[in-house]
Design a protein around this ligand. Structure first.
Ligand code: UD1
Length: 409
């Protein structure tokens, strides 16, 4: 386990470049299981979740090679093996094995799919999609003698269930329609990649139309990570200084930038580079996390320290209504808050150095921002969970003036 030691109190100055999107990279990697051949993926982020996903593919016989910024994944000859529980239980995206393994091998064992434990994370929609495409559940395994196209409507726009439905439909026999789907930018990235592999997939608003095909290797450049970009913009406002965040997918970030404007920040966008500055008075503001194009749930924990640093605010999460467990470790840094059902009030607070455990990926980054702000030394343990989603964290922050060291415990 790694721990982060921080000497807080320094502003951030210079430029940070965001890496490829975690939530786009993971479905693309798992979708390679459907394809036979070599895929070329540019801009894969070097993060824990991507390493775990690639290890799962290697266990099935994939050859993975990195050259510069391109990762080559050869899935010409794969065999189904039950993946290691350690890997499957460490990442949420392992649920994408359901769609990809059913498509390629006609089977997939149900396993303790992992990820951040910020709420109960059901897979009922994933399972019902698998059944609609012709899979049956027998003794802890899903199996099918050949998937058939289906016409399904998701009862809520789950990102994971939409990914699995696409993976099932892409190589199923015949045509499919997936209604009520998620429309996050990473869904379009997956569709673009699969189409480069020979798939026939079109999205129109919240409906996806698929004609099943045999798939070969494909090619894509992973889009920039809007959650990482938003995280560093918030860090720059909290810590002060003059930081530019480069590589931002600006067109996917409207809800995030609007929320920063509610605080009173001025946003300067030049190409893919964003600067956020707070020169006037800050305002108390409210954010409501909703499915895309709404404000992203993954950034609501990151906004809590921003509210605490300035005039306070209110957070509501309609995607994960109980996603407020991170407020407890934040309280050790002096952040006052109160939770009322799916809403939390964050009060203006004076940050103190603290020692804590990272509660989850995004909550861990929130603790890190408070550690960078509070004058004195703070220590965050169980930091591997933050490195699951933030590439080159120590290098990126050190280069813009933060005093941060990441070491093995
Ligand atoms: C993905 C992201 C995660 C993000 C979340 C919401 C990855 C690896 N993870 O998670 O970072 O926080 O989207 O944007 O991309 N639900 C059900 N039944 C199901 C599936 C989901 O009821 O079978 C509910 C969940 O309880 C939740 C909502 O749907 O309330 C959204 O979940 P979902 O979009 O599926 O999240 P994930 O795909 O797990």
């Amino acid at each position: 386990m790694k721990k982060i030691t921080v000497l807080g109190g320094s502003p951030l100055n210079g430029e940070i470049t965001v890496s490829g999107s975690k939530n786009a990279a993971l479905p693309i990697i798992f979708s390679c299981i459907l394809t036979k051949g070599v895929s070329e993926i540019e801009n894969l982020p070097d993060i824990g979740d991507v390493r775990s996903a690639l290890s799962i593919l290697r266990e099935m016989g994939a050859a993975v090679r990195r050259s510069g910024d391109v990762t080559y994944i050869d899935t010409s000859s794969l065999t189904y093996v039950t993946p290691s529980e350690r890997l499957v239980s460490s990442i949420r995206a392992s649920t994408y094995l359901l769609g990809s393994c059913l498509s390629r091998f006609g089977r997939c064992d149900l396993m303790p799919f992992g990820g951040c434990a910020f709420a109960s994370r059901p897979i009922d929609l994933h399972l019902s999609a698998c059944k609609s495409f012709g899979a049956q559940l027998r003794r802890g395994s899903l199996a099918s003698d050949g998937l058939c196209g289906a016409n399904i409507d998701l009862s809520l726009p789950s990102v994971g269930a939409t990914v699995n439905a696409i993976l099932l439909a892409a190589s199923a026999k015949g045509e499919s329609r997936i209604g009520g789907c998620a429309v996050e930018p990473h869904i379009d990235a997956l569709i673009a990649f699969l189409n480069s592999c020979g798939a026939d997939i079109k999205r129109q608003d919240r409906e996806i139309f698929v004609k099943g095909r045999r798939l070969h290797g494909g090619k894509i450049r992973v889009i920039g990570d809007y959650v990482e970009a938003g995280s560093y913009l918030v860090a720059s406002l909290i810590l002060g200084g003059d930081l530019s965040v480069r590589g931002c997918p600006t067109e996917d970030m409207s809800a995030v930038l609007d929320a920063l404007r509610l605080l009173g920040a001025e946003i300067d966008i030049r190409g893919d580079c964003i600067r956020a500055r707070l020169e006037g008075k800050s305002r108390r503001f409210k954010i409501t996390a909703e499915p895309y194009p709404g404000f992203p749930t993954d950034l609501q924990p990151i906004f809590a320290p921003l509210m605490a640093r300035f005039s306070g605010g209110e957070i509501e999460d309609t995607v994960w209504p109980t996603r407020f467990g991170y407020l407890k470790p934040l309280s050790s840094f002096g952040v006052d808050s109160a939770v009322f059902g799916s809403r939390a009030i964050v009060y203006p607070s004076r940050p103190l150095p603290a020692v804590c455990n990272a509660p989850d990926l995004r909550g861990g980054f929130s603790c890190l921002m408070l550690a960078l702000l509070a004058e004195g030394e703070s220590v965050i343990s169980s930091a591997d969970i933050i490195l699951r989603g933030y590439a080159d964290l120590e290098e990126k922050l050190s280069a813009v003036g933060a005093h941060i060291k990441i070491k093995n415990n």
